[in-house]
Design a protein around this ligand. Structure first.
Ligand code: ADP
Ligand code: MG
Length: 626
């Protein structure tokens, strides 16, 4: 029989498949099953809509049979079948369904990526088989045809007798090599596993003979093995079921089955949207941060199904980065099965779904916050950082969405509180939302800068994570209340007496402060009378954009620009130490120099900033002691 030649492009795709080093060759089965399912869809629709055809639901199925002796794997279906022309046109050329864009020829060189990103369809069979035989009879045709190919040399096509309507594809599996075992695709459990993994939710039964055991007829205590046909896939996907039919356990089981995490999900979100874009989704908020979350290996994304067929393991475009911890899947009838990552990014439907999902997750979190605070606290402990990061990133594009979900530790409540809770209990005369930054709650608690605000009876939010101040700066205010660091210049607290006092003081001690400022040139911008200190002798405050916390963080970064905060050394003139300063100024300016340096270094230590010269500092302390 004369061989017919493949068209040039098909030949190249075939070559790529035959020589593929792609590691997940198992996807060939997904591709063939999905073709079968499509073919059954077509005949099913005909049977439902055409009165001349009889309709029997049980007659639509896919069957997988492995033959170990011959080394063959057969996939047959009771679908619509193919005519001779269809066999030639559909299998002899690259599918026209937009599966592969051959425009960029160079991209084809490395098949690895392409196979990973596209559904490559029928030709993927050649990743595992030397010979592919397709016997098919189309609905309404008397004759069946056999199409056969051993690869790039071409294919033969001939008439065959007795073929039922539908298609049967036989793969003569490749010989095992050192690295690869092709005969694993004949193993019952391996096949079951692949079917479960990729095609569990195909609407038609995928049947296979499986080995079972039963007690022997003559001896109840002995088991004998026998073969029986089973349906491997569960057919009705959980996401297509009605929410009311499902229990929390069902969702938890799905979470485990899908290996979304080793933990239990904290909450699930089941979405069914039936509008301009139709889709179903099951999403999970995990209970625990995944162990590899902060590693390079962690990939965000949701599983993407096109009408029950898995097309992508981790579709990153479905989740914003700040929800990268969310697990789950999306199934949409409106997405084509063979769609590349590049195309997906611009896909309108996918963008719509992604936006929708973002809002649903946000709403779920808001509900959790409102109704199940303990669970929310637990969630926040694991993933709160992500939310703050979300407020800050993309130039604050999502700050309105996320701001109500933020929580910070409160000086008054001694626990995490929301901004709304903070603002709603602000006394009338309080102008700002106060925050204090530091390494830990314990250290912040002791910060001298907090004294005035705390004494005025105002609540302070404690920022102990790097991202906190950056996120808050992006927000600038919440419910029209501006955020204010307790270390910033103007705290907006003017108890009258203090104000007058300090202004007077300022003049009175101007000379001393000028002297001190000169001692500390390059290190502080100014030395001032403190309006906020009560018990502590000294502290640092800042002017301008960069706070001390930010200076620390920015300077810890690899490409640090040596950013410095504009620091003000504040002196508590009501403290005993100040008397010593005054005396020194009058009697012995060398001593005042010494004191100035000591006080400045103390202030640095309180802030957790490195002191410039520890040896000199300790020597100076000794000088005071002797
Ligand atoms: P796609 O599924 O994207 O169209 P494939 O390469 O998987 O691309 O399949 C090519 C075409 O071959 C299908 O569109 C279909 O027309 C035909 N085909 C493949 N398998 C079958 C089958 N089991 N029954 C009927 N037609 C099939
Ligand atoms: Mg296909």
């Amino acid at each position: 029989m004369a061989k017919k030649q493949f068209k040039a492009e098909s030949k190249r795709l075939l070559e790529m498949m035959i020589n593929s080093i792609y590691s997940q060759k198992e996807i060939f089965l997904r591709e063939l099953i999905s073709n079968s399912s499509d073919a059954i869809d077509k005949i099913y629709y005909k049977a439902l809509t055409d009165d001349s055809l009889s309709f029997d639901k049980d007659s639509y199925f896919i069957k997988i049979s492995a033959n170990k002796e011959n080394g063959t794997l057969k996939i047959s279906d009771t679908g619509i079948g193919m005519t001779k022309e269809e066999l030639e046109n559909n299998l002899g050329t690259i599918a026209k369904s937009g599966s592969l864009s051959f425009k960029k020829e160079t991209e084809l060189k490395d098949g690895h990526d392409i196979i990973g990103q596209f559904g490559v369809g029928f030709y993927s069979a050649f990743m595992v088989a030397d010979v592919v035989t397709v016997i098919s009879r189309a609905l309404g045709n008397d004759k069946g045809y056999k199409w056969e190919s051993t690869g790039t040399e071409g294919y033969t096509i001939e008439e065959v007798d007795g073929a039922p309507i539908g298609t049967e594809i036989t793969l003569k599996l490749k010989e095992n090599t050192e690295d690869e075992q092709f005969d694993e695709y004949l193993e019952e459990n391996r096949l079951k596993g692949i079917i479960k993994k990729y095609s569990d939710f195909i609407r038609y039964p995928i049947k296979m003979d499986v080995t079972k055991s039963k007690p022997k007829a003559d001896d109840e205590n002995e088991l004998e093995q026998y073969q029986e046909e089973d349906t491997i896939n569960s057919m009705v996907p959980i996401w297509k079921k009605n929410k009311n039919e499902l229990t929390t356990e069902d969702y938890e089981q799905f979470y485990t089955e899908k290996h979304y995490g080793f933990d239990k999900p904290l909450k699930h979100i089941h979405i069914s949207v039936d509008g301009a874009v139709r889709y179903n989704a099951i999403l999970y908020i995990p209970e625990k941060i995944p162990f590899d979350y902060y590693s390079k290996e962690y990939e965000k994304g949701l599983e993407l199904y096109s009408n029950g067929v898995l097309i992508m393991d981790k579709c990153a475009d479905l989740l914003p980065d700040f929800y990268s911890f969310v697990k789950g899947m999306v199934d949409s009838e409106d997405l084509s099965l063979n769609i590349s990552r590049e195309i997906l990014q611009q896909d309108r439907q996918l963008q719509f779904i992604a936006k929708n999902i973002k809002n649903k997750i946000t709403n779920q979190l808001k509900t959790l916050l409102k109704n199940e605070r303990e669970q929310y606290d637990q969630f926040y402990k694991e993933f709160g950082r992500q939310l703050k990061y979300g407020v800050y990133s993309d130039f604050g594009a999502n700050k309105d969405l996320l701001q109500d979900l933020l929580m910070f530790y409160s000086s008054k409540e001694k626990k995490l509180v929301t901004l709304d809770e903070y603002v709603s209990r602000m006394p009338e005369d309080q102008k700002y939302i106060y925050f204090a930054s530091g390494e830990s709650y314990e250290r912040i608690e002791k910060m001298p800068q907090t004294e005035l605000v705390a004494d005025s009876g105002y609540e302070i939010l404690y920022f102990n994570e790097d991202i906190d101040e950056f996120a808050i700066r992006m927000l600038t205010n919440y419910k029209e209340k501006e955020f204010k660091s307790v270390a910033s210049g103007d705290l907006g607290i003017d108890t009258d007496d203090k104000k007058n006092d300090s202004d007077e003081n300022e003049n009175e001690y101007k000379e001393i402060f000028t002297f001190m400022k000169n001692v500390l040139t390059d290190q502080v911008k100014d030395v001032k009378v403190s309006k906020r200190l009560k018990n502590h002798p000294v502290c640092l405050s800042t002017e301008g954009e960069v706070s001390i916390e930010m200076e620390k963080i920015l300077n810890a970064m690899p490409d640090n620009q040596n950013v410095k905060a504009d620091k003000i050394l504040e002196i508590n003139v009501n403290h005993e130490v100040f008397t010593s300063l005054k005396n020194a100024y009058e009697k012995d300016q060398e001593t005042l120099k010494l004191y100035t340096n000591l006080l400045y270094n103390q202030a640095l230590l309180i802030e957790g900033l490195p002191i410039q010269d520890p040896v000199e500092f300790t020597n100076n302390i000794c000088k005071v002691m002797v």
